[in-house]
Design a binder for this molecule. Structure first.
Ligand code: SAM
Length: 288
């Protein structure tokens, strides 16, 4: 199989299943004319993002990595009337092109393009009390993928969905000795996905007009998973997750203990051993 074949199939998919849209086509044309690199998602990937936004009944979306606004327009275009998408872009020239594209698409009131390095903007969003976002799409500099994912966890709620693009990198992600910061950053993301108790995640390899790559998909979940152990079910997880969430911050350990005690008193319907297991697990995570 070759790149030509993958691109041909992507064209076929787009022709038959993902019909072109004037605003999206104009976005790509204006971005090319402005000299932006063609590193936007493919049309069928843009539609996948839009479908995810719709399937989650999302009202709020956070995107890290705007470029010319192509993926932002896909997602913002399916938000409800009161929906909002915040997208972060380091390059002021790209951000200006994106703002023009967003305005042309009639989404100027929905999309907020924030300029600056995302690792500076994300703490600002937390300080502003932004979020929780229902969907987060991470598609910026890959070296910071794990950091972006950690910030995304702070800006989401239970049930939020986080998507990270370009996580296979032509297969280079398996090269532990790679000198590529993007590969190393993405490997750190995999490790985080594997050990983070608050998410359920997978990674899917893809081929297409954008080459051989893949995306990670995670749901911020109720379940608290320990190394080699599954503690509780979705039902009992409501209690356990809240305890675990608090315990991520070591300063909150006394409150965690108190919460556990209170739960034992207030929820006689919840078996004592379950609550104490959750609290114990939460404390182990906090001190790990
Ligand atoms: C792959 S492109 C985004 C494509 C876009 N999501 C789309 O599909 O239309 C990555 C973007 O991230 C931006 N970027 C790179 N490093 C960044 C950083 N530290 N903070 C914010 N944006 C950054 C780049 O300037 C570029 O526009």
């Amino acid at each position: 199989m070759s790149q030509d074949r993958w691109s041909e199939v992507d064209r076929y998919i787009s022709d038959v299943v993902v019909p072109s849209d004037l605003a999206l086509d104009a976005t790509l044309e204006a971005s090319t004319a402005a000299g932006l690199p063609a590193i936007n998602v493919a049309p069928n990937q843009g539609k996948l993002l839009a479908l995810l936004v719709q399937m989650c009944s999302a009202r709020t979306v956070l995107e890290i990595g705007t470029l010319g606004g192509y993926s932002a327009i896909w997602m913002a275009g399916v938000l409800p009337a009161d929906g909002r998408l915040v997208t972060l872009e380091a390059d002021p020239t790209y951000a200006e092109v994106a703002r023009d594209n967003v305005a042309r698409a009639g989404l100027g009131d929905v999309v907020d393009v924030r300029v600056g390095p995302a690792l500076a903007t994300l703490p600002q969003l937390v300080a502003e009390g932004a979020g929780p976002f229902d969907v987060v799409f991470i598609d910026a500099d890959k070296a910071a993928n794990a950091d972006y994912f950690s910030w995304a966890l702070r800006l989401t709620r239970r049930g939020s969905v986080i998507v990270v693009d370009n996580v296979v990198r032509g297969g280079a992600v398996v090269d532990a000795a790679s000198p590529d910061p993007g590969v190393q950053g993405t490997r750190r993301l995999y490790e985080l996905l594997g050990r983070e108790p608050r998410v359920r995640a997978t990674v899917i390899q893809t081929v297409g007009s954008k080459g051989y790559d893949g995306f990670a998909l995670a749901e911020k979940d109720l379940e608290l998973r320990g190394p080699g152990e599954l503690l509780g079910t979705r039902q009992t997880g409501i209690v356990g997750f809240r305890v675990a969430d608090l315990a991520r911050d070591a300063d909150l350990l006394p409150q965690v203990q108190e919460l556990g005690d209170r739960l034992l008193q207030q929820s006689p319907d919840i078996a004592e051993r379950i609550v104490s297991r959750w609290v114990g697990a939460a404390l182990r995570y906090a001190s790990a």
